[in-house]
Design a protein around this ligand. Sequence first.
Ligand SMILES: [Zn+2]
Length: 249
Amino acid sequence: MKVVYHPRYLEVYAGDPAAKAGRIESILREVSPHYELVTPEPASIEDVKLAHTEWHISEIKGMSHVYEVALLAAGGAIKAAELAMSGETAFGLIRPPGHHASPGSCWGFCFFNNMAISVAKLRQEGRIKRAVILDFDLHYGDGTDNIFSGVADVVYHHPEDRNNKEFVAGIERFLEKQKADIIAVSAGFDRGVEDWGGLLTTEDYQGIGRLVKGFSERVCQGRRYGVLEGGYNHDVLGKNVKAFLDGMS
Ligand SMILES: [Zn+2]
């Protein structure tokens, strides 16, 4: 398991909760003693165009500070995907998040859709055909869904059960029916029992990680990676991310 991280992810680039100081630090404290950190490069404009319109890209470019870290976040997802393809499980400890970024618009603290860019790039390069994207963030990843709408070979799944045991069991049932060349996880921790959603325990996050690992080993040569989406209670964010990584590795 390698963790993709860049010091610029620590920067406060906006006034929203995803950019709040201390967020990435709280995760880094928990995971950096256990997992090797890898530094990404910014995504290229050509990469970003795989998921977004030129108009949208120019809008984000107008916010110069956001633009630079958003390109680095997309680059972090690409790096995590490349590691997964090389047989190394990876997690993008990236910011800003991306799953609310659609081809021509964005909201919810997102600017570029990191996950969609990373999956689209693997597909464009012919390295995979079929991908499963599991998004366990509290919020529906409308951006990811929009970007892959009509693309039969990319399956987007957002579980919504109101009971934590059912939530995890539902993921297991979903995965039993899937075929893919890679599994990619939009890992948002805002459904945590001590976060906005008030549902999933630290053990649940570890259990989801184990399901992702098991699926990848059965179905897609072990290729698996995740990227950070939401999660806002800095007191518990680190241990929940660590539990997910422990399960996935
Ligand atoms: Zn969220």
